[in-house]
Design a binder for this molecule. Structure first.
Ligand code: B3K
Ligand code: ZN
Length: 856
């Protein structure tokens, strides 16, 4: 495998004026004819004419009408072409049916679809498959099969003909995309699809046709996605001034898809799990995620498509910014504090372990073997945090100014992080030299704060920042860390509103004077930087903040720290769960002025894998079984301490009437179901069984079933659920996961194994594979159960999946990224599995890069 370096970037050497593609669709032998107008880029004269191509059956190639010899080189072809404008014409044959990797043109349930990001277009035809080559595409699709009445591509539909008069005459459809784009944004879909249609009038009065295309039978699951799309279009106009730029916008739902969704210009392709929604089949969590993903892909139209990336090292330019934008959108559509807490929970669950383990890499990586392995929580979520910090540092007005300049200056460009930062420097006059380290230094900074009070009324906060070495980076330089701080007086009143302290040195102090009594600082409000904050604080102080902090994030965080410390002492010393936490929690839960969704989050506790990470950081070897026992004890302690309150929370937060997925009713259901989970620990599942019987939506049904499985009494409902939903793939994914998630640690492997023998365990479908193997690795105590059977089982399946679908295999290898946290026997067992995977003959480049990085 070859390693590619950011510093080696060189432009292509030719410019493309336009691209004409003709597809003659056939399940096993699709012909692709390309006609491309190239002209030399006279600034670049030393480059051979190289086009990417993979798994293509070459039929012919011509330059200006004459056959040309191709030299097959690694990853593509070279040819001797005139140093002057010329017309390229080539024909290749590809086999969509055999394409199980789901990259390039493939078939999913007899429909044709594509996935080209990052480097899939080279599996469709010879092409400079790199994001800095942008061109206008015209696409003609022909198909003789009657099961492809709908044929779509990017841009605007120009022509459609379904010829029923002559037998065997092809259906033809022609699309033209007026906006130059890189090949990774190309898409084609053809199949027997039905549309849920709507329209949107843009801010300048342009009328856009919207459609969500699904397989017949799924029409009733489109309405929510369509509303989300229209809200996104409106929001981007209102908040960023960005208008949609084509006559049509299409979304297609596909069952076999390696990730969530893809922002192809004007033709977004979605994993059906990320767009199809109905109250009966989708939980509140599903609705919220669908809304966010539809927004995310739509927002890419400006941040990703109109302005794209020069090369794949710049991936965070579009992903970090687009995640940031979709997070802003969710905060506006729903509750901002709840959204912020959820984002931080996700960051700590996915990005922190990555950044603190062998896969740690900068937000802008400097080398890679397989770019698909870098669609990570670091690039996406930490990338979004970096933008949030930038906004905090420059302020809202300057942020808007900088973004306007970004769109104005770089529209139509393939840009870099340097371009992005330059825009901020030019718009604000600020020097971002040191801030840029957020893009180049990997690892999670640790910020330690200490306090001093002097009787003259001054509180001094001293901060120290430090980042542990990460792979390839021994030495770390101080970063710019915006720390939002507020002060409360001992009565709990705010005496200083939130202000931003800018940490730039390894150690730095800030003083706040004029206080008659020693104030209590609330530090890192809103989680203003993606760091680990170490603050020596006793329980009484945390309880005070839990009761009084005016910053909703830090108020939640105070409760979180109390429960975290209680869990850590329970794990380390076997201590009982302390009452400071339980008393504080009770008071918050009783406060009806607080949003139910927020209170539901308050009832949560750190996950077992988060605790394992914290123990490791604190110099302990995590014992998964002790962690599991303490976590269960914490739930019992809550159930007991809150026993009087839980029935009230449950009953007061029932929602009646027609189901609505809006934030308010969803928040009530979240709180009632969090209460139900604790109630079920004491009543053997009686109330949950009642809820299961009465449930008329998936949120209520699934929450009840989870409680029943936890109580060990759900066998009958589990069977009924399977019976009810056996025809719905997305619901059946939940059925598969649920049994593993709620199994006892010692039964996890057996349960997983049994499910892999189920006739509906279609392991080539990424959703189903993830439903089972993802649940296995997420069950901390089960996955790390002594004996190592789960490690072996997962490795068996990764080995089996790799030749079929390397991308999904490589992603799932991250289950092993935390292996060095654990004791020697577990490390040896995991290491043996990593060796076994690495030793597979023909192991994909995707998986081999991941395994070797994880091994370190
Ligand atoms: N840009 C795509 C991700 C493509 C992943 C390729 N392995 C989805 C998104 O971030 O919107
Ligand atoms: Zn994205």
């Amino acid at each position: 495998p070859t390693t590619i370096y950011l510093q080696d970037y060189k432009p292509f050497g030719w410019i493309i004026d336009d691209v004409h593609l003709t597809f003659r669709l056939h399940p096993t032998a699709t012909r692709v004819i390309s006609r491309i107008r190239f002209r030399p880029d006279y600034d670049v004269t030393d480059r051979p004419f190289f086009l990417h191509g993979e798994d293509l059956k070459h039929i012919s190639a011509k330059v200006d009408g004459h056959d040309i010899e191709l030299r097959h080189v690694d990853g593509g072809i070279e040819a001797d072409v005139p140093h002057a404008p010329f017309n390229w014409e080539a024909e290749v044959e590809i086999n969509p049916e055999a394409n199980t990797a789901l990259e390039g043109l493939y078939r999913s349930n007899s429909m044709y679809c594509t996935q080209c990001e990052a480097e899939g277009f080279r599996k469709i035809t010879w092409y400079p498959d790199r994001p800095d080559v942008m061109a206008q595409f015209t696409v003609r699709i022909e198909s003789t099969a009657e099961h492809t009445p709908v044929m779509l591509s990017n841009g605007n539909g120009l022509f459609y003909q379904q010829d029923q008069t002559q037998p065997g005459a092809p259906n033809v459809s022609i699309y033209q995309d007026p906006w130059p784009k890189p090949a990774y944004l190309f898409a084609l879909v053809a199949g027997d699809l039905v549309a849920h249609e709507d329209r949107f009038a843009t801010m300048s009065g342009k009328d856009v046709s919207l459609a969500i295309w699904v397989r017949p039978g799924d029409e009733h699951k489109c309405a929510f996605g369509m509303e989300a799309l229209k809200k996104s279009m409106k929001w981007d106009e209102d908040v960023y001034g960005r208008e949609y730029d084509l006559d049509e916008f299409n979304i297609v739902a596909v069952d076999d898809f390696n990730m969530g969704a893809m922002e192809n210009k004007g033709l977004n392709i979605f994993n059906s799990s990320c767009v199809l929604a109905s109250p009966e089949t989708s939980t509140d969590g599903n609705f919220e995620r669908i809304e966010a993903i539809i927004a995310h892909e739509y927002f890419h139209n400006w941040t990703g498509n109109r302005i794209t990336c020069r090369d794949w090292f710049q991936l965070c330019l579009k992903e970090g910014l687009t995640v940031y934008r979709d997070q802003q959108f969710t905060a506006d559509m729903r509750s901002a504090p709840v959204a912020r807490i959820s984002n931080v929970l996700a960051l700590r669950a996915r990005q922190f372990p990555e950044d603190q383990g062998p896969l740690s890499h900068p937000v802008r990586p400097e080398s890679f073997q397989e770019i698909n392995n870098f669609y990570t929580a670091t690039v996406y979520e930490k990338g979004a945090e970096v933008i949030g910090m930038l906004k905090t540092l420059v302020g809202d007005a300057n942020y808007s100014k900088a973004l306007d300049l970004y769109f104005e200056r770089h529209d139509g460009d393939a840009a870099t992080i340097e371009d992005w930062l330059q825009v901020f420097e030019d718009a604000t006059g600020r020097d971002l030299g040191q801030f840029k380290r957020w893009y180049s230094q990997s690892g999670t900074p640790k910020v330690t704060v200490s306090e001093a009070w002097s009787e003259d009324g001054t509180l001094t906060l001293t901060f120290r920042q430090e980042t542990a070495p990460t792979p390839g980076q021994e030495q770390k330089e101080p970063q710019v860390i915006p720390v939002n701080v507020g002060l409360l007086n001992p009565n709990g009143d705010e005496v200083m509103e939130t202000r931003t302290l800018e940490l730039t040195e390894a150690e730095q102090s800030f003083s706040f004077s004029g206080h008659s009594a020693r104030p209590v600082p609330s530090i890192l409000r809103g989680f203003s930087a993606p760091v680990i904050l170490e603050q020596n604080m006793d329980n009484a102080r945390r309880a005070f903040l839990l009761a009084h902090d005016t910053d909703p994030f830090n108020r939640w965080e105070a409760g979180r720290m109390l429960s975290r410390d209680a869990l850590m002492s329970a794990i380390i010393d076997g201590a009982a769960i302390n009452s400071d936490y339980l008393d504080g929690l009770k008071a918050v839960l009783r406060d009806d002025t607080l949003d139910p969704a927020y209170r539901a989050l308050m009832l949560g506790q750190p996950t077992q894998s988060e605790l394992a990470g914290l123990l490791h950081q604190a110099g302990h070897t995590p014992d998964p079984s002790r962690i599991h026992t303490a976590s269960e004890a914490m739930r019992d302690a809550k159930a007991t301490a809150l026993a009087d309150l839980l029935p009230t929370l449950y009953h007061d937060n029932q929602v009646s009437g027609t189901f609505s997925p809006e934030a308010e009713p969803a928040g009530k259901r979240a709180l009632a179901n969090a209460a139900l989970a604790l109630i079920s620990r004491g009543d053997g599942g009686t109330l949950a069984a009642e809820q299961y019987d009465q449930a008329d939506n998936m949120t209520q049904q699934l929450a009840a079933l989870s409680c029943l499985l936890d109580a060990g009494t759900g066998a009958q409902q589990l069977a009924a659920f399977e019976n009810q939903w056996s025809q719905d793939r997305l619901v059946m994914d939940k059925w598969f996961s649920l049994q593993i998630i709620h199994a006892n640690p010692e039964d996890v492997v057996e349960t997983t194994r049994r499910l892999t023998h189920h006739m509906d365990f279609d392991w080539k479908n990424p959703n189903r594979f993830r439903a089972v193997m993802g649940a296995l690795q997420m069950h901390h105590a089960g996955f790390h159960h002594e004996g190592g059977d789960a490690y072996e089982l997962l490795a068996d399946w990764l080995i089996r999946l790799d030749p079929v679908n390397p991308q999904t295999t490589a992603r799932m290898c991250t289950a092993f990224q935390t292996w060095r946290r654990y004791d020697a026997p577990r490390q040896e067992m995991i290491s043996a599995q990593l060796d076994r995977i690495a030793a597979q003959e023909g192991l994909s480049g995707d998986a081999s890069e991941m395994i070797s990085r994880i091994r370190g």
